[in-house]
Design a protein around this ligand. Structure first.
Ligand code: NAI
Length: 343
């Protein structure tokens, strides 16, 4: 079984080589992303393995199908970077629905604590033997209201962590969980009541830019936003304006809507062209990590095991429990519901 592995980083190689120790798969690791121009590298492969910033658009899908590649194996949970509607009926798509929801939820809390207790500033100060406390005043999380958007695997763990801190939790989910003990509210109520808002829902056409100038105006002055989900949930330009207007108290971003141009690469010696990102990073109350929330030993090992398991299952049984298609969110329409492949 041959797999063409795109956007490969050292940590991917390590975990996949470990998971493939019996060398059942012939994996070709390519540092480049999968694009129309790099597709040809996959010639002769059975599957391609891609990550969050590989843009699997119509052209790429057509090229893969022409080369008789039957499977796109995403080594991530989100699949907004694949045109799954166009892929339907042409090429199957599998993903890793959960690799460590704890990794992401814990990272969201790490960002929040760093931000509200100014750890990022204190770290730099003490490294320089500056022991002044001026400007480092934070606030207690205890008693604050956190609004959680998306109460799936990650959102629920984040809620548990917040409850451990004595925070009041309210939530919005398009499909609220029954009997969960979670207080669900409308989005407008969530914007109005939350001191902190954390996003844990997938990116869809419907919720792209759900944080925009209009919704920011509905939020509490000084609100802290945490996004470990997908960048385009937030209109970055509106976020910047909200910060400049002091309406937004802080932003903790592990994702950014134009991240595919910069994240995962070292641009320390370069001039960054993205003025919005540069301005956001320059703000004292903005913390950016480069899509790092998933990056734990446990998650990497689960990603590698599940991805290779998906490939094995698909080619053995012509079915994978982790297949996704554009009909999957409405389970009634998708055959997956009946324990079959999506088409
Ligand atoms: P999940 O599928 O378990 O939960 C997602 C929840 O969002 C579900 O309860 C669903 O009903 C809800 N939802 C769907 N559409 C919604 C909408 N329009 N508004 C509000 N809620 C909506 O997914 P999981 O594992 O909790 O992951 C959540 C997201 O986290 C993923 O979609 C992915 O984008 C992101 N993620 C980020 C990572 C990182 O490293 N930063 C790593 C893994 C996931």
């Amino acid at each position: 079984m041959k797999i063409a592995f795109f956007d490969a980083k050292d940590y991917d190689r390590d975990s996949f080589v470990r998971a493939n120790k019996d060398e059942k798969y012939e994996i070709s690791f390519y540092e480049t992303r999968l694009t129309k121009d790099t597709c040809r590298l996959a010639e002769g492969s059975d599957a391609v393995c891609v990550f969050v910033n590989d843009d699997v658009n119509r052209e790429v899908i057509d090229e893969l199908v022409k080369m008789n590649i039957r499977l796109i194996a995403l080594r991530c949970a989100g699949y907004n970077n694949v045109d799954i509607e166009y892929a339907y009926g042409k090429i199957h798509v599998v993903r890793v629905p959960a690799y460590s929801p704890y990794a992401v939820a814990e990272h969201a809390m790490a960002l929040l604590l760093t931000s509200v207790r100014r750890i990022h500033k204190a770290y730099i100060r003490t490294k320089d033997f500056n022991f002044s406390l001026n400007g480092l005043t934070g606030f207690d999380l205890h008693g604050k209201t956190v609004g959680v958007v998306g109460t799936g695997k990650i959102g629920r763990i984040f809620i548990d962590i917040c409850r451990g801190f004595g925070m009041n939790v309210i939530a919005y989910d398009k499909f609220p969980a029954k009997d969960s003990g979670i207080e669900y509210v409308t989005l407008d109520e969530l914007w109005a009541r939350s001191d902190i808002i954390s996003f844990h829902c997938p990116l869809t056409d419907e919720n792209r830019h759900m944080v925009n100038a209009e919704t920011i105006a509905k939020m509490k002055k000084g609100v802290v936003l945490i996004n470990t989900s997908r960048g385009a949930l937030i209109d970055a330009e509106a976020l910047l304006e909200g910060i400049k207007a002091r309406q937004i108290g802080a932003a903790c971003l592990d994702v950014y809507e134009e991240e595919s141009n910069v994240f995962f690469h070292d641009y320390s010696g370069h001039i960054v062209d993205d003025d919005i990102l540069a301005r956001l990073i320059s703000m004292p109350n903005v913390i950016v990590t480069s899509h790092q929330a998933f990056l734990t030993e446990e998650a990497l090992s689960n990603i590698a095991d599940t991805t290779l398991g998906n490939v094995e299952e698909f080619f053995r049984d012509e079915y994978s429990v982790n297949e996704v298609c554009y009909k999957c969110p409405q389970l009634k329409e998708c055959k997956q519901d009946h324990n079959k492949k999506c088409f």
